[in-house]
Design a binder for this molecule. Sequence first.
Ligand SMILES: Nc1ncnc2c1ncn2[C@@H]1O[C@H](COP(=O)(O)OP(=O)(O)O)[C@@H](O)[C@H]1O
Ligand SMILES: [Mg+2]
Length: 458
Amino acid sequence: MPHDAEGRTLRRRLLSFISWPLLVLLGISVVADYRSAVSIAGEAYDSALGSTVVALATRLERDDDDLDIEVDIPPAADEILRSDAVDEVVYVVFDAHDKVVAGDPRLLGLPRPQVANRTILQDALLDRKKVRSASYLYQSERLQATVIVAETTLKRQRAANRILAMTFWPNLLLIASALMLVYFGVRFALKPLDALGHRIAERGSMDFSPLVEADVPGEARPLVRSINRLMGSLDRAGQAQQAFLSNAAHQLRTPLAGLQTQLDLAADALPEEARPRIRHLQDASHRLSHFTHQMLALARSSSEGALISDHRPVDMASLLEEAASDLLDAALAKGIDLGFEAGPVQVEGSRWMLREMLANLIENAIHYTPAGGCVTVRCGRGDDGRVFVEVEDDGPGIPEEERNKVFERFYRVPGTAGAGTGLGLAIVREVADRHGAEVHIGSGAAGGGARIRVDFTT
Ligand SMILES: Nc1ncnc2c1ncn2[C@@H]1O[C@H](COP(=O)(O)OP(=O)(O)O)[C@@H](O)[C@H]1O
Ligand SMILES: [Mg+2]
């Protein structure tokens, strides 16, 4: 199947309609999970940072009225700042006049709290580096000072990465399983359609029986109904054609037979010198009637109306006997020994078609075998269990390189003597095809002659 048509299958459409939104959902869900996790983790770090700044602020004032914060703050601060192994933590304490009492003066540039006695947390830049800062404006009757603590965001970043990894993989797993479920679900759901396709593909080209609607899903029923309607009309058209052809065959046979009889009678009645002309006429009318018969036989057997449903069990031995006895006169006239070896076998098929086939095979054998020759017709069951029919003669045989061509319509081996239409073996092949049988051309037992064998599959 070309790539284009494959691309338009329902399976693909369904899969892509479902998969792309699922992947987008994966993206959204990972981002959302990540954000909420980061903000929860951030809160924990913020609260630690907030405690630090409050701890420092509470050191600003002691009960003993001694306002010596310059001495008191640094040791306490150092202790806190050293406790962080990951991030760099810096602080500053300054009074109402921006005079740095302790810590790092770079922090003076950071945003300051406007409201007193509350911890303010915000993101800021320190020396172009992202930091998180906590600031506290301490105010009492005796004292106003600001404490700012800032830390780099390394551990926050690490936590965020860990969280990202932790949320990504479960989400991916979830989506992957969902995609897998979708894939198998779609396959499973479309199975009845595949089955319908197979059922149609498996049919013979001549099988016009309606498809069973109950076996297909509701969505496909209108399709099946249309197919059935179409097959119904093909079936009717085929049957009409069949009826026409067999009617035509019948209508032509009667006047042609009449013509022949009249010519025979005339031959007897006319004077001697007119006989050669009459013989030409007799020949021509004989050929005409033979040709007409073969034309119609070929048309009928290859017509769309030649249905499998017409097939019945046919007793091969008796059919062979009938066909052979029709041609017995012709054999006797040439002094040909017509032998008969028929085993009791049956095939499913159309009686008139099979009879046409046998008649053409035997007729050829008698026609092409020189006078005094030997023709044997056989039927039975082969070593492989298949039913076969075979006609063997000891005539000139059919050359190896002609064996494929002789089945073509109107083809005669060049140099073939005698009258003929080239339709006989075409009919044989057509009938064999209609019965799922194989035709094989071989040589006679003694190496010369022709042996044509038809193997039926059932
Ligand atoms: N039994 C046979 N022995 C030799 N040649 C044969 C035999 N059967 C068929 N042929 C060859 O195959 C050709 C095609 O046969 P057929 O289709 O029956 O057409 P036709 O008999 O009208 O020529 C014949 O012209 C003949 O050359
Ligand atoms: Mg022939």
